[in-house]
Design a protein around this ligand. Sequence first.
Ligand code: G16
Length: 540
Amino acid sequence: MTVIKTTPFEGQKPGTSGLRKTVKTFTQPNYLENFVQAIFDCVPELRGSLLVLGGDGRFYNDKAIHIILRMAAANGVARVLVGQNGILSTPAVSALIRKYDAAGGIILSASHNPGGPNGDFGIKFNSANGGPAPESVTNAIYARTQIIDNYEILSAQDVDLSALAKTKMSEMDIEIIDSVRDYQEMMEMLFDFSAISNLFKSGMTFCFDAMHAVTGPYAKSIFGKLGVPDTSLINAVPLADFGGGHPDPNPVYAKALFEKMFSEDGPDFGAASDGDGDRNIVLGRKLYVSPSDSLAIIAANAHLVPGYNAGVKGIARSMPTSRAADLVAEKLGVPYFETPTGWKFFGNLLDDGQITLCGEESAGASSDHIREKDGLWAILMWLNIVAARRQSVVDIVNAHWKEYGRNYYSRHDYEEIENTKAESVMQGLRDQLDDLPGKVFGAETISEATSFTYKDPVDGSTSENQGLMVKFESGSRFVFRLSGTGTVGATLRLYLEKYEPGDGKLDGDLQETLAPIAKIAAEITKLNALTGRVGPTTIS
Ligand code: G16
């Protein structure tokens, strides 16, 4: 074991989901090592315990795994489960931590950010409950990185990650495990695989886009078992640079899938997942189900699925996610919660048994089966609901809107703008919050304008400055927030929502319907002038 002297790097503060930086930043000597040592220093429970380790297969994944294994051995970890070829999706890591009572897991991923030598890399630590480390832990890790002066590492040969085998590195046991098996077993427990495979037997056409990211092998195995032909799975081979694309399942980056689904003879059911397999989107013929609606529809139909036939205890959504799921919770008579953006904020509610389902506008949904969002789980949930209701995705969405009303919803992203410009938009709005209520803009009157603060109902901790929200008397609203996952400049997100009751106009054009709210948001914040942009870079 060698103790290497090091000096702190600035900016090793985990964002919305772990530390994400460019590959160039991560591959500087000692950069990864400092952060990993900070994890071992701040989570002493890892000494003598089990650690789960894997990533989404992006560039630098394997090299980072070899470094972390040598550091884990030097820091007294007893045993490590590593996904074959270093591959584990984020939900699979969460499931493994829980199943094998690990003290935690390290996931190497920058999620939906692009990969390759000129792309991004990332590292996240998940705690013993399987979920992203809470802010108390990530803050401690950051503080440690700012004073770190050495790290511990073993001199050892690289382990063969390609063969399923047990081996040792000094005193530490290492097991290279099948990346898919445990996760698939869990899915087979939760869902009615025979009902879903009957759907495919009866001729339902399907397309899943793995975006050359981690879910390729999971999809091949799980959908293969359901009788889906390989030709229905596109971009299913994980590549270190995701084939040059952004593994972000949205209309811009999953263009091939959207074109297929919106074509004249497109498939009945479309879906995609992201870099590390925690996000999902679902599409019907010529219909993209917004993630906010997806959560609501899953919640309204969960009782039809074997793993959830006991009913839903409660539902949580992140603040910028639409209120569609709240309406379902109200009807079911169960509690619902509004949390800040970031999966870690659902952890306490799930651990405390207050909620069964949770989700976010950023293409994330999951349940209490693990402590991460879970892309393939959400897609299987939809398939099971389609099988149980014997209705298409399009019919299910339309029936839902008729029953609950439609929350028209869209997110406008202003990407890679200068930090100072993004901050001036936020500060400008923050300064006006007290004066906005009562102001009239065309047909809309502002009823409330706040900076979102969350008080965790389980541990009482408070998280401030979690986005700026402006609500109207009509029930419409807009939210501004700065992304916590980007690596270049700032990304300003504008979330737009307008509610239309079930007997109102449910088939309006999404962007046209939301245009008046977008216009008010731009007017109040002087958005175009302050950002120097004429419009958003991505609309989803
Ligand atoms: C991460 C978190 C999500 C969160 C999203 C928001 O997603 O895990 O809980 O909703 O970031 O991103 P931003 O801060 O850019 O709006 P992922 O899939 O990138 O890990």
